[in-house]
Design a protein around this ligand. Structure first.
Ligand SMILES: NC(=O)c1ccc[n+]([C@@H]2O[C@H](COP(=O)([O-])OP(=O)(O)OC[C@H]3O[C@@H](n4cnc5c(N)ncnc54)[C@H](OP(=O)(O)O)[C@@H]3O)[C@@H](O)[C@H]2O)c1
Length: 273
């Protein structure tokens, strides 16, 4: 089978499409015939060696495919960027039926991270979502709105319309204006700290760069949670949230996807067959 792997750390050129044996599931694991994974910018850090991993390493955390003929979506620690993936049983759930299976690969990491940052938001609060145009941001805006928050979102021109469609009450173009309207909670989803004073009165929640401020702050690292993933899938099928897929590329183009990171908005799907 084909697998997008790295044998050393470095630039996008270290990503190779290797032909390797189909993996064999062990106890408590299942084999998934993978349809797609999705690109997550944190994998740039894996490729660069900023996060310690064993080599060779098969890329891909988000997983959409078939297990025993049933469409599933899931999250694995590595290996989804391949034609077959071994996943612990509890890491997959039935896939949504209302969107293409491939697009479901956009849900796990971004959706779960968004869910876990939005857990700090309560009904009626005013929330600033900084980085709302990205994969996590698109889910975070929708989930915060569903919780009854008033959402102020930052987005550049290319993402403003999508962010508004996701329900943001106000969109601030961060390339032109500093978000300085006071809010209760700020959610930070950008890899660098904001170069402005966070206007949060109560709390800053970051899933990305740490933010220095005089108010309490939380840093969220996504914890896999099967029930929440299943709930996100149900919400997609119920039309309560939409999945913001903006591009799709074949596995062979994985190095190109890494090269072009930052040029995309929303979620990019990488199809494996
Ligand atoms: N803690 C965790 O468990 C966890 C999990 C996954 C990811 N992450 C991290 O969370 C961050 C977001 O991930 P993601 O998957 O959502 O990334 P992404 O899809 O690549 O998000 C990119 C978006 O960030 C926006 N952006 C870039 N610079 C900005 C700025 N200065 N101000 C406001 N928005 C800006 C852009 O929006 P426009 O299109 O509007 O320009 C772009 O669309 C990354 O740093 C990632 O490494 C953390």
């Amino acid at each position: 089978m084909k697998a997008a792997r790295i044998h050393e750390h470095g630039g996008p050129e270290v990503i190779r499409i290797d032909h390797v044996d189909i993996p064999t599931p062990g106890d408590g694991e299942v084999l998934v015939a993978t349809e797609a994974t999705s690109f997550n910018p944190t994998e740039l850090a894996v490729r660069q060696g900023i996060f310690p991993i064993g080599l060779p390493h098969t890329l891909g955390w988000d997983l959409a495919g078939h297990h025993d003929g049933q469409p599933v979506v899931g999250f694995v620690d590595s290996g989804a960027a391949a034609e077959f993936t071994v996943a612990p049983k509890d890491r997959i759930v039935p896939a949504p039926q209302s969107i293409p299976l491939r697009d479901a690969a956009a849900i796990p990491l971004a959706g779960l991270t968004a869910w876990q940052v939005v857990e700090y938001v309560t009904k009626g609060q005013k929330v600033l979502i900084n980085g709302a145009g990205g994969g996590i941001g698109s889910f975070a805006v929708q989930l915060a709105k569903r919780k009854g928050a008033y959402v102020v979102a930052t987005a550049s021109a290319r993402s403003a319309e999508a962010v508004r469609k996701h329900g943001a009450d106000e969109v601030i173009d961060y390339t032109r204006r500093v978000p300085d309207t006071p809010v209760d909670v700020m959610i930070h989803l950008v890899g660098t700290p904001p170069p402005w004073t966070p206007p949060a009165r109560e709390l800053i929640v970051s899933a990305a760069a740490l933010v220095e401020a005089d108010v309490p702050s939380k840093h969220v690292v996504m914890r896999y949670d099967r029930d929440t993933l299943a709930e996100l899938v149900e919400m997609v099928d119920a039309g309560l949230i939409t999945v913001d897929v903006t591009a799709s590329c074949p596995l062979d183009a994985m190095a190109e996807v890494h090269r072009k990171a930052g040029e995309f908005r929303g979620k990019v799907i990488v199809t494996t067959r």
